[in-house]
Write a protein that binds this ligand. Structure first.
Ligand SMILES: *Cc1c(COP(=O)(O)O)cnc(C)c1O
Length: 381
């Protein structure tokens, strides 16, 4: 890729997406859950920054069952790209847009009767049946009718003739940190499904497992899982039952280098001073690209952010700027054009999105999903 929006790319910042790793992760999940469990590949927010259409197309070749997206817009993008898999919009959409689901043949996560009625009316008008997945809240406290109050809601939904109750689902807030709570939620969800069954209300799909649910709670697989994080090779916890490989690398180049004496300050706020004569290089990546400003650390920080140049680690020094960071390369004179790895691997040296997240006191989800969409993505198969 050497053009974006018809403008030649000159700035040396890019993202590499390793399709081999993506496929490895998908197949590992597939093997782990078994062939009777369907997989919703969660590709919301541009596949966590990896690129919505490209990731979806690659997973389509693997025979993925369903896509989970973050908005109706993302569903439309997938349809326009020619993808014909089932798509579930994981967020709530305002009632007045219910007809869009019918027009694009997309499954809605239904959380209110008013929305369902609009959807039913739109389906009737189009002479179609709209599939929905009902979302119940068993303890996430976000979208979905609280499960104890969901009985009446679901009975009312079942009366709508142009709607098919295809799925029922719930979400875990703490499958990566609270085993007891997650097991209780799974049990509540299971009981609720059984109660509905006894009343003759059956759903084809039951699902609740995000990545942590998929990895650590086989009982929570039911007959469908919704992994996101692990598809992209990031881990909910350091210990995993099967290996996943990082899919994304963020790379740049040195654009300027200079030798400086002891005692000069580097970057805004003058929070960093050289302690001896050294080499400081300027790298083309900044907070506007999604390399967080929170990586601006105090000079005496015990765990400073690092990058890889050659196959050595070097410290990021001073504050992160909008378009640049500075790196102290000590006695190593590194010339402009040298490759710099901000996330990724070279030989035995590796920087994961998790590590960058730890340095910035955030989560890996935020690191990859906020990488600027204007940064070119290069897909390697
Ligand atoms: C984002 C999301 C997932 C995937 O979560 P991961 O932790 O990335 O696996 C699953 N279900 C819902 C409803 C989500 O919003």
């Amino acid at each position: 890729m050497n053009k974006i929006n018809n403008i030649k790319i000159i700035r040396p910042l890019w993202i590499e997406i390793d399709f081999k790793a993506l496929v490895h992760n998908y197949r590992a999940i597939r093997r782990f859950v078994g062939k009777d469990v369907k997989i919703i590949a969660t590709v919301k927010q541009s596949a966590y920054g990896h690129g919505l259409v490209q990731v979806a197309k690659r997973l389509s070749k693997e025979g993925v069952d369903y896509f989970g997206v973050g908005s109706m817009e993302e569903a439309v993008i997938l349809r326009q790209a020619g993808l014909s898999e089932r798509i579930l919009v994981l967020t709530a959409v305002l009632d007045k847009f219910a007809h869009e689901f019918v027009e694009s043949s997309v499954t809605a996560a239904v959380v209110s009767l008013s929305f369902a009625k609009k959807l039913d009316a739109a389906a009737k008008k189009a002479g179609k049946i709209a599939s929905v997945h009902v979302k119940v809240d068993t303890g996430m406290g976000r979208l979905g009718v609280y499960y104890k109050q969901a009985h009446q809601f679901i009975k009312a939904l079942a009366k709508l003739k142009n709607i098919k109750l295809e799925g029922i689902f719930t979400h875990f807030p703490s499958a990566d940190c609270d085993r007891k709570y997650t097991l209780i939620q799974t049990e509540k969800f299971n009981e609720f499904i059984e109660e509905l069954k006894a009343e003759g209300i059956n759903f084809q799909y039951h699902h609740c497992a995000n990545s942590a649910g998929t990895m650590y709670y086989p009982k929570a697989h039911f007959n469908m899982v919704r992994p996101g994080l692990i598809l992209y090779g990031m881990k909910p916890l350091p210990k995993v039952p099967f290996t996943v490989k990082p899919v994304l690398s963020l790379k740049s180049r040195v654009v300027f280098s200079k030798h400086v004496p002891e005692g000069v300050s580097v970057s805004y706020g003058r929070t960093h001073f050289t302690r001896k004569p050294t080499n400081i290089v300027t790298v083309a990546a900044g907070y506007a690209d999604g390399y967080p400003w929170a990586l601006s650390k105090a000079q005496n920080d015990k765990n400073p952010p690092r990058v890889i140049i050659g196959n050595k680690f070097y410290k990021v020094v001073g504050r992160v700027c909008m378009d640049h960071i500075m790196v102290d390369t000590g006695n190593d004179k590194i010339k402009p054009a040298a490759e710099v790895i901000l996330i990724g691997k070279k030989g035995k040296s590796e920087i994961t999105a998790q590590e960058v997240a730890d340095w910035a006191r955030t989560i890996p989800y935020e690191i990859t999903s906020r990488l600027s969409l204007k940064t070119p993505r290069i897909y390697k198969s």
